[in-house]
Design a protein around this ligand. Structure first.
Ligand SMILES: Nc1ncnc2c1ncn2[C@@H]1O[C@H](COP(=O)(O)OP(=O)(O)O)[C@@H](O)[C@H]1O
Ligand SMILES: C[C@@](O)(CCOP(=O)(O)OP(=O)(O)O)CC(=O)O
Length: 198
């Protein structure tokens, strides 16, 4: 049996396009709940770790926001897809290993197989959240269309066929994030307080 952290009370799996604001929104949730209650898990973390090791690359740079990651993105995507084909839960298992908080926030689901893994491991606890922004807003945040990335499964795998529990619109003219996140934060606080009582 694979060693794993204690069972979470709630698993919030986030997806959305590049620069839609997944990190921004999940950071806000972490700030509101605190690090004792909530942890942010990134599937790309173990992916980059393993990829850097097998290709003798600089992990810190791959984890950073700069150009270095972009140079390897297309190949990393292919490599990650290969790994998932052999073992769809590979990165999910590594990312969740050792997580102890009652609320897990997975900030970067990209594929149906990622979601399916969480649904099958934690059927009661898993909720899926989509973060969305217009192309114009994403461009203002530095996004530009890259063929082979923005038209591939890595970016489009969850565009259809998923019934999201919540859709967060991360735009200046949308209701505030605080307001949109309220039901999620309430559910997370309930999960945390019921973990306290066990
Ligand atoms: N609501 C917002 N207000 C201000 N800046 C934002 C907002 N949402 C996202 N950003 C900024 O836009 C950029 C991209 O957001 P990020 O969360 O990194 O996107 P993603 O993780 O989806 O690629 C970051 O610099 C982030 O700080
Ligand atoms: C190979 C990747 O995991 C790279 C992800 O890197 P980041 O998670 O840093 O991505 P962005 O926020 O989109 O810039 C993508 C994949 O298809 O698995």
């Amino acid at each position: 049996m694979e060693q794993r952290g204690s069972e979470p009370g709630l698993v919030l799996v986030f997806c959305g396009k590049r620069k839609s604001g997944k990190d921004f929104v999940t950071d806000l949730i972490l700030n509101r709940l605190g690090a004792d209650v909530c942890c942010i898990l990134r599937l790309s973390g173990p992916l980059k770790h393993q990829y850097a090791e097998e290709h003798s690359l600089d992990l810190d740079q791959l984890l950073g926001p700069g150009l270095y990651k972009e140079q390897y993105r297309a190949d990393m995507i292919r490599w990650g897809e290969d790994r998932r084909r052999q073992d769809p839960g590979f990165f999910c298992r590594l990312a969740t290993r050792g997580a102890r908080q009652p609320v897990w926030v997975v900030s970067d689901a990209r594929r149906l197989s990622d979601l399916q893994w969480f649904w099958s491991e934690f059927p009661r606890q898993t909720r899926c959240v989509r973060v969305q922004s217009s192309e114009n807003t994403r461009k203002q945040r530095g996004w530009s269309f890259t063929a082979g990335v923005d038209d591939a499964e890595s970016e489009c795998g969850l565009d259809s066929g998923v019934d999201f529990d919540w859709i967060i619109t991360n735009e200046a003219d949308a209701p505030s994030l605080e307001e949109q996140l309220q039901p999620i934060l309430t559910l997370a606080q309930e999960a945390a307080s019921s973990a306290d009582h066990h």
